[in-house]
Design a protein around this ligand. Structure first.
Ligand SMILES: *Cc1c(COP(=O)(O)O)cnc(C)c1O
Length: 394
């Protein structure tokens, strides 16, 4: 009986999915650091370009190392197609642009990663696309915002920085009723804890820079969708605009996938335990973690995710307290990245969410006492000691 990789468990998919060994039968995935490819004859080139022979022609279109990364991630996500880009923002940009034309309308949650917010608020309107932001936790708000000319809906759940939860299934039903496609930015949940395509989404996007690399090395991104949507919306646009992932970065990321399941499960368990530790500290006004009972989106999170994720949001009451906390950390780094093996903490209003106008901040949960804590792979005991000591000083 031939093994069907689609039937493998996640752990096996992450190690063996998409593996394409060369004639040398190397153990590890090969790094094809090449711009182009050669053909054994003029007829061979003709067949390759016509598509009759499905090989590679140019690394802007695809590359064997990039394809191994794409095929492995597609298998994990249960998507027909994965296309990899140079950054997460390149992926989200293309995911949106491929769906819209002048006169169309896009709806997005108001609490989004800063650059995604900019795409919706500033960039799409330049091309005659109308956009509406909604309170993404409220299905009624989506229902009121979605119109007959809505072509795309962008959901980030859990969202940045306060981990708001959107009901993917409910919003997908509303969007599909008018023929709009649903894009989910699944960075915070990771493919391990949430599979949006199974919940009704049409397109999933990742910043592979985060958990997929998970070791602070390279930038990358990916779009996952059906053959039909890829053909209609993305294939040609990707070829001709060229946001392609470098083969070197794809090689780092394909090796990152091998340990993704192990890493994020450990990070998730540590984050969940740390959330309970900090919740009891007197310096903490509020802790937000999707799998805690006091999180406002707890029920939806439990229904659509299999883990609460690797990030916590704290409110320490004031900027002064947040700064004292950050400055007192000895193990956890002050950094704006997330999903890394190294734990990192940041103050969103002065870093990642600096560009959000002051009057808009409360509705996005961007508070002066806010700290976003990305939990890494250090031991729970050491992180508990470091975070508790820093809270004592806040
Ligand atoms: C980091 C991030 C992005 C952007 O990814 P880059 O790889 O930095 O371009 C998009 N969405 C979310 C939720 C992110 O955390």
């Amino acid at each position: 009986m031939a093994e069907d990789p689609k039937d493998w468990d996640i752990a096996t998919k992450l190690i063996r999915g998409g593996l394409a060994r060369s004639q040398y039968m190397e153990t590890a995935e090969a790094l094809y650091l090449t711009q182009g490819f050669t053909y054994d004859s003029a007829e061979g080139a003709d067949r390759r370009f016509s598509g009759e022979d499905p090989g590679f022609v140019y690394s802007r279109f695809n590359n064997p190392t990039v394809k191994m990364f794409e095929d492995r991630l597609a298998l994990l996500e249960g998507a027909e197609v994965c296309r990899a880009q140079a950054t997460g923002m390149a992926s989200i940009h293309m995911a949106l642009m491929g769906l819209v034309r002048a006169g169309d309308h896009v709806v997005a949650g108001r609490a989004l990663f800063g650059s995604c917010r900019w795409l919706i608020a500033e960039w799409l309107p330049r091309f005659g696309v109308e956009t509406t932001f909604v309170d993404a936790t409220d299905p009624k708000a989506w229902e009121e915002a979605i119109r007959p000319n809505t072509k795309a809906v962008l959901i980030e759940t859990p969202s940045n920085p306060v981990l708001e939860i959107t009901d993917i299934r409910a919003v997908s039903e509303l969007a599909h009723a008018v023929g709009a496609k649903v894009i989910v930015d699944n960075v915070f949940a990771t493919p391990i804890f949430q599979q949006p395509l199974k919940l009704g989404a049409d397109i999933v996007v990742y910043s592979a820079t985060k958990h997929i690399d998970g070791q602070g090395r390279v930038l990358g991104g990916a779009i996952l969708t059906s053959e039909a949507i890829n053909e209609e919306c993305y294939r040609d646009a990707l070829r001709h605009t060229g946001p392609s992932l470098s083969p070197f970065n794809a090689w780092v990321l394909v090796k990152g996938l091998e340990t993704l399941d192990l890493r994020v499960r450990r990070q998730n368990d540590t984050a969940a335990a740390l959330a309970d530790v900090v919740a009891d500290h007197k310096a903490v006004k509020q802790v937000l973690y999707p799998f805690r009972h006091d999180h406002p989106g707890h029920n939806v999170a439990k229904a659509q995710m299999s883990g609460g994720g690797t990030v916590l949001a704290l409110d320490l009451g004031s900027r002064e307290a947040a700064f004292k906390f950050l400055n007192a950390l000895e193990i956890v780094d002050i950094s704006n990245n997330l999903g890394d093996a190294k734990s990192m903490a940041t103050h969103p209003p002065t870093t990642t969410h600096r560009s959000v106008p002051e009057e808009m901040r409360p509705s996005l949960g961007v508070v002066e006492g806010g700290v976003r804590l990305s939990v890494g792979l250090e031991s729970l005991a050491d992180l508990t000691r470091d975070v508790t000591r820093a809270l004592d000083q806040a």
